[in-house]
Structure formats: C-alpha cells, structure tokens
Design a protein around this ligand. Structure first.
Ligand SMILES: [Zn+2]
Ligand SMILES: [Zn+2]
Length: 250
C-alpha cells in the first residue's frame, strides 16, 4: 500500500473514533481549553463545575506562518515525555519508506495534521484527537484517556493555575491596577503574547497601561516607585486576554 492509500484509510478510521469521542465526552460543549505540557493534561472547561481532563500525547504542530509540519519527537520545545511513544510510528515510516512519518519536519497543509494524528491514534490506541489553535500554530494532541478530577496530576495542574471567579482555573497573569474593560488605556507587554502560548519557566504574562509605561520609562524601568504606581495585580490568563483585546490601541 502506498502512503496516500494508507493515510486515507487511517483518516476514515479516525472519523468513526472521533465521532464517538466527541459524542461520549460532549467535546463541543466546552468553550475553553488549556493544556499543561508538564503534567501532559488537557483540560476542557466552561467553568470549575463543568470541566474534563484528558491525558494526551503531543503529535505535532502545523505552523500557519511557515506552512510546515513538525513532529513533537523532533520539536525540542515540546517537553512532554510521552512524545517518545510516537517513535513506533517513525519506525514504521522507516520500514515502509513513508516520508511523512520519518521526516521530523516538512512543508505541509492543514490536512496532514489530521492524517498523521489518525495514524498515531491507530498505533497507540488513542480515544480521539484534539486540535488547539493559537495565533500561528495548530497543535494536534492524541487523547489517550480521561483523567480523574482528584488525581494527583490534576491536583498538581491546579496548583499551577489561579482560580478566577469568571473563568475558573487558568494560568496566572499580571497586570497594572489601571487596566479595565471600561476605557482603553493601552496595553504594554513584557513580551509579545497570544492566548494559549507556551511559556518558559521564568516567564509570566505581564502587561501595563500607557500611563504606567510613561512612569516606567521615567524611572529607567521597574523600580520601587514605578511599581508602586502600577500596583500589579494577579489575574487569570483568560482575563488577561480580554483586557488585551479591549485595551490595545491599534
Ligand atoms: Zn497602569
Ligand atoms: Zn479570569
């Protein structure tokens, strides 16, 4: 069988599995997603009462910018330990000389992701595939099973996040006290951000208003006085991006 036929067959199989997956777990009923590469958990949620956790294996990412696919096993910034399980698929690619299974990265389109995920699903007995979209990347995850709400992993995940009255558990973010959803006040950031992006261990989402930026520049950066003016507050990631959307002066 050539790769095209093989891929097509696996996609057809995925379609069946995927329908059951979406139906059984009401996947489309969740408005928000959040994943944690360290615990290798995907959380789908509406709020803290209405949430579900899955164990996942990262399959790979499709970059909308460079139009390339990259397997997680090839991607150094993919820290999930489970990614090595995909090497059986690579091995299979080597044996059958299927380029897309053995090359770490290659020029691609939106369809490859589903096809490659469908092949992994078959090899590793996944229960479904989930794709998260961020600004420039589509990340494909092979869903391996459901994780109990009170498992040690879920508890660990929840320790890393803040609890927000509006959004439930989400990653922490920091903003000055002046930003609100009433009057746009500018949105200066420590670094460019987009929702759901991976953060380095030492990085946090941080933003402040134009007025704070003025004071910060007057003081050559953050010091006691400029920080006193900013009154930095801890909020959740979802709140952060609501503020960003509203306050950004384009
Ligand atoms: Zn401010
Ligand atoms: Zn929030």
């Amino acid at each position: 069988m050539n790769y095209e036929e093989f891929g097509k067959l696996k996609c057809e199989e995925l379609l069946k599995v995927q329908n059951i997956f979406r139906e059984n777990f009401k996947i489309d009923s969740y408005a928000n997603w959040f994943y944690d590469s360290e615990t290798e958990l995907l959380r789908l949620y509406n709020d803290d009462e209405d949430e579900i956790f899955f164990r996942y294996i990262p399959v790979g990412t499709f970059s909308l910018k460079s139009r390339t696919w990259m397997w997680s096993w090839f991607n150094e910034s993919s820290i999930e330990k489970s990614k090595t399980e995909l090497l059986v698929v690579k091995e299979f690619g080597n044996e059958n000389n299927y380029e897309k299974l053995k090359e770490g990265t290659f020029a691609s389109d939106e369809y490859d992701g589903w096809e490659l995920a469908s092949i992994c699903l078959d090899f590793l007995n996944g229960i479904g595939v989930y794709k998260v979209d961020t600004d420039n990347l589509e990340k494909y995850m092979l869903i391996m099973g459901i994780e109990n709400h009170d498992s040690p992993k879920v508890r660990k995940l929840k320790q890393k996040v803040v609890e927000c009255g509006k959004h439930g558990h989400s990653r922490p973010a920091f903003v000055c006290d002046h930003l609100d959803l009433e009057t746009p006040k500018g949105f200066e950031e420590a670094f460019d951000t987009y929702k759901g992006m991976e953060l380095e261990e030492e990085d946090d989402f941080q933003a402040w208003c134009n007025e704070c930026e003025k004071i910060r520049l007057e003081h050559d950066g953050w010091n006691e006085e400029s920080e006193k003016f900013a009154q930095i507050q801890l909020i959740c990631e979802d709140c952060y991006f609501e503020l960003k959307e509203f306050n950004q002066i384009k």
